[in-house]
Write a protein that binds this ligand. Structure first.
Ligand SMILES: NC(=O)C1=CN([C@@H]2O[C@H](COP(=O)(O)OP(=O)(O)OC[C@H]3O[C@@H](n4cnc5c(N)ncnc54)[C@H](O)[C@@H]3O)[C@@H](O)[C@H]2O)[C@@H](O)CC1
Ligand SMILES: Nc1ncnc2c1ncn2[C@@H]1O[C@H](COP(=O)(O)OP(=O)(O)O)[C@@H](O)[C@H]1O
Ligand SMILES: [K+]
Length: 527
């Protein structure tokens, strides 16, 4: 598992070491890790180290200090290094080390700005060390102008962000323009939660965690990401004497005359995600289509109360006028069984929900949900602050909330938050969300009652719904990637994602013997 922390948590973990006079040692470790990462990137890109052009943009705080020390290491290895000091001061010891190593220093002025931006654009590496965890708001003044000019330019080399891209909020991932998009972010002591939530994740590029010796002082993470071995341990496996009912039955209330395909795709997602049986409830015409596409599904036009299942999936492909289906959806949500509530069910939710109800909105649907709760939001405002939005939605409704996107976030009410980024942009295709709902429904039906398995992994009973939803997002994302790889990275349809699920499941479950459940992982690229 990858654990991520707020800037405040990391700074608190640094405190005991700073108090012991180890501040400079921490900075040296951070800077060394940053310099090593730059060297690796240069080697990977086939650039000769000697004479490589490095421009470090250094702010006046410790983030700038890290950048200057790192640039000093690089200068001592024969690289041509330039520091652009963006503030009215610079970290004194870092600047002195940089100058001793032979680096050139420029102070940022209005007059020098175009020339310095051009020099950065022509460099082999630009290190963004303007702002780190001590930032208050975004870049301002000439530093903002410089970053904007570099962002607008055609860059010759690559960008490495020091700790986090300047202008990205370390805690939330919110970004105050301008932000220079990084190819790699080298972050110190622990991943910052803002690097694992969009839009911050988008600006961060790949993320590398460099341990600096504060790790034992870190608290419970603010954000978690399940990795291969974690997924393998969470995947339900059928017992030797399992029968279809003990494996879990999922009831599906989805599809409508207008969107019958959603019912099919949800059923296909569920069937491919290991459920014992799927019972479909819906209009006869949709049931006919489901039967034809998935003969394994047991279809009926009955009620929720008449159906014996272990979990429900409600809402995919349902509109506001599908009264019979909406009644079923409401009954399922009131049933005390685990439920995944998607799309058309989201406007029909009761005011108070429980953690075993998993909502799966995309940003637009979450904005509409906020509207109904009296909070003015739109798709753009949710997309600009995904972590805050998903946390607020879970705490306010009492449900587990999964916010779909390039990075999918899952929040347990008043509990853990997960960030999964396993997919491919090709997953942004019609019906992909219906398959995801099917996968999560299938996992709820199979794993919902397995409290012990989750406890073993340190997940409390009420938090297991979020872990299941994160597992579903990861499987769905990886299946999407596998489906695209099967066509040499080409486009996929939602049906292909469902088809890729069983093999993805098999490959993931093979990882269960690999490695131990790790509370923290360090020095590890996050993607
Ligand atoms: N505390 C430590 O010992 C360590 C800190 N480290 C580095 O230190 C960073 C945090 O350093 P700081 O606390 O000095 O903070 P930063 O370097 O992030 O920035 C603080 C400085 O920038 C100014 N500032 C804040 N917001 C601004 C804005 N919007 N526009 C312009 N200027 C702004 C502040 O007045 C202050 O001078 C981390 O991100 C990390 O890179 C690492 O070296 C590891 C050890
Ligand atoms: N850019 C992206 N990169 C990776 N995954 C994405 C991206 N955009 C969307 N997805 C994923 O694709 C799915 C789309 O679901 P949704 O928006 O409900 O589509 P639909 O309503 O058409 O089924 C979600 O799982 C989402 O996380
Ligand atoms: K930075």
């Amino acid at each position: 598992m990858i654990s991520a922390y707020t800037g405040t948590q990391v700074r608190a973990a640094e405190e005991p070491l700073l108090a012991a006079g180890l501040g400079d040692a921490l900075m040296q470790r951070a800077a060394r890790g940053l310099a090593n990462a730059v060297v690796h990137e240069l080697k990977d890109s086939g650039t000769r180290l000697s004479g490589a052009r490095v421009v470090v943009l250094a702010g006046k705080g410790n983030n700038g200090g890290d950048g200057l020390y790192a640039a000093a290491f690089l200068a001592s290895r024969g690289m041509r290094t330039t520091a652009v000091l963006t503030g009215d001061a610079a970290h004194p010891a870092g600047l002195a080390a940089f100058e001793r190593a032979g680096g050139r220093v420029h102070r940022l002025t209005e007059a020098a700005l175009p020339g310095l931006a051009a020099e950065a654009a022509a460099a082999d590496v630009v290190i963004d060390a303007v702002l780190g965890t001590g930032a208050k708001g975004g870049l301002r003044g000439s530093a903002a102008d410089l970053i904007q000019a570099i962002t607008d330019a055609h860059l010759h080399g690559f960008v490495v962000a020091c700790d986090l891209p300047s202008g990205v909020d370390a805690d939330t991932g919110e970004a105050a323009a301008p932000v220079l998009p990084a190819d790699l972010t080298v972050t110190f002591g622990g991943a910052k939660s803002g690097l694992l939530a969009d839009p911050g994740a988008d600006y961060a590029g790949r993320v590398l965690v460099v341990p600096i010796g504060i790790e034992e002082h870190l608290p419970e993470p603010a954000l978690r990401r399940l990795e291969g071995p974690d997924l393998a341990r969470l995947l339900p496996q059928p017992a030797r004497r399992a029968q279809k009912y003990s494996r879990g039955v999922l009831g599906v209330v989805a599809g409508s005359e207008d969107y019958p395909g959603a019912a099919v795709l949800a059923c296909r997602g569920a069937l491919a995600a290991g459920v014992g049986m799927v019972r479909y409830l819906g209009p006869p015409s949709v049931a006919d289509l489901v039967r034809q596409s998935c003969p394994e599904v047991v279809c009926s036009t009955g009620t929720v109360a008449e159906s014996r299942v272990q979990a429900w999936l409600v809402g995919s492909g349902m509109g506001p006028h599908d009264h019979e289906q909406l009644t079923r959806a409401r009954d399922a949500i009131a049933s005390d069984l685990p439920v995944v509530a998607d799309a058309g069910a989201l406007p029909a939710l009761p005011a108070i929900l429980a953690p075993h109800v998993v909502l799966t909105p995309h940003a637009g649907e979450l904005a509409s949900l906020f509207h109904r709760l009296g909070r003015g939001e739109n798709r753009e405002s949710v997309e600009a602050a995904t972590l805050g939005a998903v946390r607020h939605a879970a705490d306010r409704t009492g449900a587990t909330v999964l916010l779909k996107g390039a990075t999918t976030l899952v929040a347990a009410p008043w509990g853990a938050t997960y960030s999964q980024a396993d997919g491919t942009p090709w997953l942004a295709t019609a019906g992909s969300g219906d398959v995801l709902a099917g996968v999560i429904g299938a996992l709820l039906a199979q794993a919902g009652s397995d409290v012990g398995r989750f406890r073993q992994l340190g997940v409390e009973p009420d938090g297991r719904w979020a872990a299941i939803a994160a597992l579903g997002a990861a499987l769905h994302g990886q299946a999407g990637r596998a489906a695209s790889e099967a066509v040499s990275g080409g486009p996929i349809t939602a049906g292909r994602v469902a088809d890729a699920l069983p093999e993805t499941w098999g490959k993931v479950s093979m990882l269960s013997n690999y490695g131990a459940w790790k509370r923290n992982s360090h020095s590890q690229p996050l993607r």
